[in-house]
Design a protein around this ligand. Sequence first.
Ligand SMILES: C[S@@+](CC[C@H](N)C(=O)[O-])C[C@H]1O[C@@H](n2cnc3c(N)ncnc32)[C@H](O)[C@@H]1O
Length: 225
Amino acid sequence: MTATNEQAIAGQAVYTKKVLFAYDILVLGISSSYIWKCPSKIIEQHYNRHISSNHLDVGVGTGYFLNRCQFPSSTPRIALMDMNPNSLDFVSRRIARHNPETWQQNILEKIESDIAPFDSVGVNYLFHCLPGAIEEKAVAFDHLKSVMKPGARIFGSTILQGGVKRGWAARKLMAIYNKKGIFDNTGDGVANLEAALRQRFEDVQLEVVGCVALFSARVGDEMSL
Ligand SMILES: C[S@@+](CC[C@H](N)C(=O)[O-])C[C@H]1O[C@@H](n2cnc3c(N)ncnc32)[C@H](O)[C@@H]1O
């Protein structure tokens, strides 16, 4: 196993059934609003702006936003992709009404499965869990492009250290999470995230709220991988 694989495993291993049970209140309720200073309502609005009826969500956690957002159609195709079977199982049950597809996948590895392409991809609160510098973890964008239609949108948010204002509690909690391997965002900043998106996509938009970057971008109409 390479070091990167070990670190990737550490980034998702924390999502046990018990942690997923408490995640919405602790992470999306308390930490997002009071420590990262980006209330979940803002992320929900981001989902509503960008989600399509042919959507892939990657790094699904508890599926809080997928469960609440408004799809443009009443019969969306939704696919869930995650390295962790607990997350896939939790969200599949939570949004069973949409009959989601599930794909177990480390997004730092090439997607080998034969998957019909999507019109939107959500990567919410995923990148700060992925190991390495932004330039390394951005390989996930390349892998995801292979399952996106021309013109499809990718969107999400991630917790940064560079180019954002971090209060005392944010600095402390990020240091603890990075030490434990739950986060790996010491090199993540607004500038390198934006550069990684611009290298791969068109129509890049990025907004900072607290220490969270909310971003969206579009695959060119002529696909080039
Ligand atoms: C912080 S949770 C995000 C949950 C959800 N998207 C949200 O916005 O609340 C991170 C999720 O990413 C998954 N994950 C972490 N590393 C991954 C990797 N290398 N490949 C695929 N999924 C990964 C974890 O299992 C977990 O479900």
